[in-house]
Write a protein that binds this ligand. Structure first.
Ligand SMILES: NC(=O)c1ccc[n+]([C@@H]2O[C@H](COP(=O)([O-])OP(=O)(O)OC[C@H]3O[C@@H](n4cnc5c(N)ncnc54)[C@H](OP(=O)(O)O)[C@@H]3O)[C@@H](O)[C@H]2O)c1
Length: 274
């Protein structure tokens, strides 16, 4: 029976991952902000901690509390997060700071607190929920893409640091999933963006509003894949979830390849001769 620590199990992907882990017979310690969570198959194998990850010290305190419940954590899922969406012109410092506190720093602090204990255990899995926006950013997501790209970079570097151990890190990048993500995202109200009318950011905002609660991705199916990944002996460092994510990242990779080839001579021209 493995012990999972999952942030943000009140709803959405976190709730689905908790339900799938419990259905697999494991134990879950999950964080919520308001003290309740309706997770299927919970029984007495679900332990909730009330945590607002935007508060100073909250992430480390939650990780220490989680560790004290069963004396070990086998699988960490840094899932809690939200989006700040809109044209760069509309972003405030407060929005940026809270976004990075919750979506970036909380997960890093949780890893830093738990890793010494996981090292002593000799095995563990760290699953960081990022986003396709972090790998193939689109208009109106400058802040969110920056936050998720930061977690992608952190995850890959930590995975490299843990080479040769049975502790594996995976950055999991979902495409669009049918959760409350877009309801909860900080977004300018309809017609209130300072982005140029008809410009790319305004168009992106409008299409995000249209896709709300009609997203392609099923959180329960994502959770099933995440449980499979947590059980794998050799999990990948990067995983995409959803056909939309696959298409976008492949397009981005092709575009980057084309740019690298087109500018290869200039790239190579900057080396010293010796
Ligand atoms: N759905 C998508 O299309 C999508 C795509 C790519 C990546 N993601 C990522 O997937 C993760 C889960 O999102 P979701 O789609 O499941 O969205 P969601 O339904 O809005 O759930 C977000 C979860 O994060 C928690 N949370 C938000 N701010 C928090 C804070 N300050 N402290 C503690 N917990 C906090 C929420 O708690 P409350 O219930 O208290 O608000 C909730 O449990 C996020 O990291 C998101 O960026 C989602």
């Amino acid at each position: 029976m493995k012990v999972w620590f999952i942030t943000g199990v009140s709803r959405g992907l976190g709730q689905a991952i908790a339900a799938a882990a419990l259905a697999a017979g494991d134990r879950v310690i999950g964080t919520v902000r308001n003290g309740t969570a309706h997770v299927e198959n919970a029984g007495d194998r679900l332990h909730l901690l009330t945590v607002d990850l935007a508060k100073p010290g909250a992430a480390e305190a939650a990780a220490r509390q989680a560790l004290s419940v069963h004396g070990r954590i086998d699988i960490v899922v840094n899932n809690a997060g939200f989006g700040v969406i809109g044209a760069l012109d509309d972003l405030t410092d407060d929005q940026l700071e809270t976004l990075f506190e919750v979506d970036v720093f909380a997960g890093i602090r949780i890893c830093r607190t738990l890793l010494p204990h996981i090292r002593v255990q000799g095995a563990g899995r760290i699953l960081n929920i990022t986003s396709v926006a972090g790998r193939a950013p689109g208009a109106a997501t400058a802040a969110y893409a920056a936050a998720k790209a930061a977690v992608e970079g952190f995850s890959a570097a930590l995975a490299a640091e843990l080479t040769g151990t049975d502790i594996h890190v995976t950055a999991i990048a979902p495409g669009q999933f049918r959760t409350d993500f877009l309801e909860n995202a900080t977004m300018p109200k309809d017609g209130q963006t300072s982005a140029q009318n008809g410009g790319a950011a305004a168009k992106a905002l409008s299409s995000l509003r249209q896709v709300n609660q009609r997203q392609l991705g099923d959180p329960a199916r994502a959770a099933a894949v995440i449980v499979e990944l947590a059980q794998a002996a050799h999990p990948p460092t990067h995983l995409l979830l959803g056909t939309d994510a696959l298409t976008r990242v492949r397009q981005k990779r092709d575009q980057m390849d084309a740019e690298m080839t087109a500018w290869e001579a200039q790239t190579r021209s900057t080396d010293f001769d010796d």
